[in-house]
Write a protein that binds this ligand. Structure first.
Ligand code: ASP
Ligand code: MG
Length: 259
């Protein structure tokens, strides 16, 4: 809740630059969802920990729990379905995983509105983030760019868009791979020809090495796209390996910042 308040201040300060927000699920939620899918597969699941996790944030922000009820009902039906068919295909798993971002953007947008920022929660696929059908590691299709460009342009207020999620041409929800919200950020930034993509995290930007492994690691002030890509490729955890590709294509600077 405290981070979301900080983000509202950041967005308010950036209003003259017409910010578009892309959000990830709350910390730990995607793991909880994957676990729920496996629980359902075994025949019984409990939504309570997930509900509690969101309720705590929603209450602390002074919002109404009603904003998550429809989604929790949908998730509950889906998990019920899994217990019955006893199958958790990659496609169904992506559908289950999508709820983290769908829940978080509704909370974030509702808080923005309460804080006086004209904002609207929206699912990336409703803006045209069409992907291939490679569930669990989907890639956006080329045509997604133009469609998102026009759809986002038409929106009034600050769009608060789901990271990590897309939909394939059959209308099935896909995900872009773990930590994919950064990638969504650059995909959307490239689609709208953003002047800059900012990735807000809870670490001090990109460091020379993993500080948990190398005590002398220091944050880097600037780096070339190729250097950042190399770090991601060799296992740096700050950026999803594909994150920089859309930014490189349009030469959009990417800034990694700590909330
Ligand atoms: N919520 C997704 C994950 O945990 C995407 C992200 O966090 O960027 O992998
Ligand atoms: Mg994340």
């Amino acid at each position: 809740a405290e981070r979301i308040r900080t983000v509202a201040d950041l967005v308010r300060a950036a209003l003259p630059r017409k910010p578009v927000v892309v959000a990830s699920a709350h910390k730990g939620v995607t793991d909880m969802l994957i676990d729920l899918g496996h629980q359902a597969l075994k025949g019984a699941f409990s939504l309570e920990p997930l509900r509690e996790r969101h309720l705590e944030i929603i209450r602390e922000l002074g919002l109404s729990p009603a904003i998550m009820e429809n989604l929790l009902d949908e998730l509950s039906s889906l998990l019920q379905g899994i217990t019955m068919v006893k199958e958790l295909t990659p496609r169904t798993k992506d559908y289950v995983c999508s709820f983290g971002e769908r829940l978080s953007v509704r909370t974030i947008a509702a808080y923005f509105v309460q804080a006086g920022i004209d904002a609207k929660a929206i699912d990336a696929y409703d803006l045209g983030l069409i992907t291939d059908s490679n569930f669990g590691n989907a890639q956006p299709l080329a045509e997604a760019d133009q469609i998102m460009h026009w759809n986002i342009r038409r929106m009034t207020g600050v769009p608060v868009i789901t990271g990590y999620n897309g939909k394939d041409k059959n209308g099935d929800i896909t995900t872009l791979g773990r930590n994919g919200s950064d990638y969504s950020g650059t995909i959307i930034g490239a689609a709208i020809d953003a002047e800059e993509v900012q990735i807000w995290t809870d670490v001090d930007g990109v460091m020379t090495a993993d500080p948990a492994v190398v005590p002398g690691a220091v944050p880097l002030a600037t780096m070339a796209f190729s250097e950042a890509g190399e770090l991601a490729y060799y296992g740096g955890r700050v950026l999803h390996p594909a994150t920089l590709i859309p930014a490189i294509k349009k030469d959009i600077p990417v800034r990694v910042l700590n909330t």
